[in-house]
Write a protein that binds this ligand. Structure first.
Ligand SMILES: [Zn+2]
Ligand SMILES: [Zn+2]
Length: 507
């Protein structure tokens, strides 16, 4: 382990402290901040008497609001023009003018032209400016105001980037200059990397989604809100790397501050941020659990040993930084041993990858570059909610070399039952299940079935080209098992890592 490894996993000691989100709420059901019925509708007419005047529409915001979203429409006949701005009880919150008729503000992010920050209770004003209302004209307007009273999963896009179910490729772990990510300035200096450079790199590499996961910070979310409309083929997923003295964990989905400051490496401390993330509908993934801890890599290895079953939704099985340092996707310092330990306990946990890129400029020819490894997720749609659903379902594989076309799809069938990766077959002792694997994009290699974390020598198949492979049937023994598949190249290098199909004992 060299110095680079230490810097790649630098543990941050952040001094800011905000309150932790409260646990106990259910996962959100909606994907848009303005779905459902508005909380208030402000409606009226602007006549020529308001031409070149500002008209304030007051509303009293209740305490405890976490997001305000306003959708404004008006009658544009006769060239009427209405500009928009917003004031809270304490300060001016922005002026969208005539450019934005739809704005959303939360503690962390806001529509361009508006300021994110606390949403104080009290007297707010929507400000209407009228640069043009003709004599005799009347512009009817309607402002629909939507509020959220608890943090929910945020979509930075107004609609899914694609509504098609399918495999989508992305990177779930990377850093910008909002923590310790660097890239080159115009003059070639190493500088804190602006968020847009990370996003541009991901887009240039043809990824479908990225989770930017700066250490403990929520500062990058406002930039993601700004960038998403311009990157309408690259889903920007809210993420952060909860970085403690005793391990790192990615949280996908929530955008509000989660208090990461654990006082000891125990569940009663970890649950404060884990329960809050889950209550909001977020996913918790244990990062690089097999990495060393100590001066060589401060706080990197996962050392919270008393996590209850089911708390970890995912494990980062292949970390790009560890690939770079060890030269292997399946080094003992990767996450396979910890993943197997959780699976052995009976938990269903999705194995994922993440580049842990700290340098957006690093070329894709080098391990640990942004996008390497890629995690490929079967999603119902390309949206944040679609990604979370896909990760939760477990129909996921890791593409170690970050290609655009490799597929690994294991399915199992037993009578009327069929399971994809992440699914479960319920079998009685003596029942038989057919195992089929589709592999694409690999010129030649070996498919290996892994049973309960061990290679099954009887189910190893060499193949060439795109292949639909049948493995010898699984004979159930009345006990629980997990079966998954890996693909290696002719030299034995790991290329594709599949997720388990679970075998449960039928009663
Ligand atoms: Zn880390
Ligand atoms: Zn990281």
């Amino acid at each position: 382990m060299g110095k680079r490894f230490a810097s790649a996993f630098l543990a941050l000691s952040c001094a800011f402290g905000l309150s932790v989100a409260t646990a106990g709420a259910q996962a959100p059901a909606t994907s848009a901040a303005d779905a459902g019925a508005p909380w208030r509708v402000l409606e009226g007419d602007l006549g020529h008497d308001r031409f070149e005047h500002y008209t304030e529409l007051p509303f009293d915001l209740p305490p405890g609001v976490t997001r305000v979203t306003i959708r404004f429409t008006y009658d544009r006949a006769q060239h009427s023009v209405i500009d928009l701005g917003l004031r809270d009880p304490q300060r001016f919150r922005g002026w969208g003018g005539g450019a934005h008729d739809h704005m959303t503000l939360s503690t962390e992010d806001a529509t361009q032209g508006y300021l994110p920050g606390p949403l104080p209770a009290g007297h707010w004003n929507l400000i209407l400016g009228a640069p043009n209302i003709r004599p005799g004209a009347k512009a009817h307007y309607q402002a629909q105001i939507f509020i959220e009273r608890k943090p929910t999963i945020t979509e930075f896009a107004d609609a899914p980037l694609s509504s098609h179910p399918g495999w989508y490729r992305g990177d779930l772990h990377m850093h910008s200059g909002d923590s310790d990510g660097h890239c080159r300035s115009q003059a070639g200096k190493s500088v804190s990397c602006p968020v847009y450079r990370v996003v541009e790199t991901a887009a240039a590499r043809g990824l479908d989604f990225i989770a930017l996961t700066d250490h403990n910070s929520t500062a990058h979310f406002n930039a993601l809100r700004e960038l998403q409309p311009a990157f309408d083929k690259l889903l920007l997923v809210p993420g952060r790397e909860i970085t403690t003295f005793w391990g790192h964990s990615n949280v996908f989905g929530p955008t509000d501050v989660l208090d990461f400051r654990m006082g000891s490496p125990h569940w009663d401390q970890a649950r404060r941020w884990i329960d809050a993330a889950h209550a909001e509908g977020g996913i918790v993934s244990i990062n690089h659990p097999g990495a060393p801890s100590g001066e060589i890599c401060m706080g990197c290895g996962w050392r919270v040993d008393d996590l209850p079953q089911g708390v970890a939704d995912a494990v980062e099985v292949v970390n790009g930084g560890t690939m770079r340092e060890t030269g292997a996707a399946d080094s003992p310092l990767q996450g396979f041993a910890y993943w197997n330990r959780l699976l052995k306990s009976g938990a269903h946990v999705t194995g994922i990858g993440g580049s842990d890129s700290h340098e957006a400029d690093r070329p894709l020819t080098e391990a640990g570059a942004l996008g390497m490894p890629t995690t490929v997720v079967y999603m119902p749609e390309l949206s944040v909610h679609g990604l979370l659903a896909g990760l939760r379902s477990g129909r996921v594989f890791i593409d170690v070399e970050s290609t655009h076309d490799r597929i690994l799809n294991l399915t199992a069938k037993a009578g009327p039952q069929q399971a994809e990766m992440g699914g479960t077959l319920r079998l009685r002792a003596g029942d038989s299940a057919d195992l089929a694997v589709e592999v694409k994009g690999v010129s030649s290699g070996t498919l290996q079935l892994i049973v309960d974390g061990e290679s099954d020598g009887a189910r190893r198949v060499a193949f060439a080209g795109d292949a639909s492979l049948s493995l010898s049937p699984w004979r159930a023994d009345g006990r629980a098992h997990w079966l998954r598949a890996d693909v290696r190249d002719a030299q034995g290098r790991l290329l594709l890592v599949g997720n388990p199909i679970y075998i449960a004992a039928a009663r």
